[in-house]
Design a protein around this ligand. Structure first.
Ligand code: CTP
Length: 377
């Protein structure tokens, strides 16, 4: 239908971006399709709607020169090919009409700049000026332009690079990774809500630790979750060391992710030890302790959620509760807690008992597999 509509209007039209990428990667059913018209995207959207049996409503965003319509579960977005330039203090570009090539130039990654022609003449031709197809095959995230320009223009792309690397299990090209380190301070112009969207997508991938490790190595994690990076490092006093609670946390998050796709349980896993940095002490007699870290951690969850604009609702309370309780069963597994503590734990956990057990099992498994087996039996 889009092809016919474009031919009737005598405009060239292309499907571009995520749809093409996911189609080549065979990543299941698409949810949205981005169409670029070499001309008016709004006119093309209207024509497409006329031709569809259910004549869907066309939502026009005049200021952006875009239009959107729904067909079944799919959102189809139409835009006229454009050229973008950026100012230092905003990720909102100055937009002018442009060619397909200009439109591909403005895209974040080579794998997101692939376009397929839709007009009858040339239907299905792949327009790939930056070798995005090769990058898809070689599993590489690379920017079409100089990465310093791409990331500085729209710093959210630093998060997007890490999110795609995590979701698709791709590698970020070395120059790009260096550019992210250089441009990390630019993230300050991005709203917390946008960053959180990306964090949640990382969190919901198969192996979130990959994304968090990249965020850590590039310095982006310290900007958004300093409570977490504070867990990194091993101290030694009088020959006694404690474990690195940051890398341990990432292991717990991966273990949890094998057992649950629940976003909030995964958040609980990520935050379950955050009280450990501020409570860390060394006692001559007992060695390293993190006494009271669960309580301190639960308070930190509240502040952190507020700062990230995460909803302060039931989900937050759930995460807080998990953080508060997560260390107790571990103590049980260490044989240092009595039966009454087990009863108390079950009582406190209420409806969340299954989730709590999943979280604890993930923690105990990484800490001490032998003890875990004993406890589990
Ligand atoms: N895009 C971009 N820079 C951004 C956001 C988006 O260049 N900061 C471009 C990319 O070409 C991207 C397309 O706009 O493919 C659509 O963006 P979006 O819908 O956010 O991402 P998808 O690639 O479709 O992937 P997903 O749906 O998984 O987010």
């Amino acid at each position: 239908v889009i092809s016919e509509a474009a031919d009737e209007l005598s405009v060239d039209a292309y499907v571009i971006g995520g749809f093409v990428r996911d189609h080549i990667l065979e990543r299941g059913e698409p949810k949205d399709i981005d169409i670029v018209a070499i001309g008016s995207g709004i006119e093309l959207a209207k024509k497409v709607s006329e031709k569809l049996p259910h004549k869907p409503k066309v939502q026009v965003f005049k200021n952006f020169g875009t239009a959107m319509l729904r067909s079944g579960d799919m959102e189809i977005e139409f835009v006229g090919a454009r050229k973008e330039s950026y100012r230092k203090d905003s990720r909102k570009p100055i937009v002018e009409d442009g060619s397909l090539e200009d439109d591909q130039n403005r895209r974040d990654f080579t794998i997101n700049a692939l376009a397929l022609k839709l007009n009858e003449n040339g239907f299905g031709d792949l327009l790939d000026p930056f070798n995005g197809y090769e990058d898809l095959k070689n599993r590489i995230i690379r920017t079409p332009l100089d990465p310093d320009i791409t990331y500085s223009d729209d710093p959210l792309r630093m998060y997007r690079a890490i999110r795609f690397a995590t979701q698709l299990n791709f590698m970020i090209e070395a120059e790009s990774l260096k550019a992210i380190k250089r441009n990390k301070d630019r993230i300050k112009i991005i709203s917390k809500e946008r960053i959180l969207d990306e964090l949640n997508k990382i969190m919901l991938s198969d192996k979130p630790s990959k994304g968090f490790a990249l965020l850590y190595k590039t310095g982006l994690l310290k900007k958004i979750l300093p409570e977490l990076t504070a867990l990194q490092g091993i101290d030694e006093v009088e020959g006694q060391k404690h474990k690195d609670n940051f890398w341990h946390t990432l292991e717990v998050v991966d273990n949890i992710s094998e057992n649950t796709s629940d976003l909030w349980l995964r958040w609980a896993a990520l935050l379950h030890d955050i009280g450990k940095a501020p409570t860390k002490k060394f006692h001559k007699k007992i060695g390293w302790t993190f006494h009271g870290h669960e309580f301190v951690g639960a308070k930190m969850v509240f502040k952190l959620f507020k700062r990230l604009r995460l909803p302060l609702n039931e989900k937050m309370k759930f995460v807080q509760k998990m953080v508060l309780m997560s260390s107790r069963p571990i103590a049980i597994a260490d044989d240092s807690v009595t039966d009454s503590a087990v009863r108390r734990l079950i009582f406190d956990a209420g409806d969340h008992i299954e989730d709590l057990m999943t979280l604890c099992e993930a923690d105990i498994t990484t800490k001490n597999p032998k003890r875990y087996r004993k406890y589990h039996n």
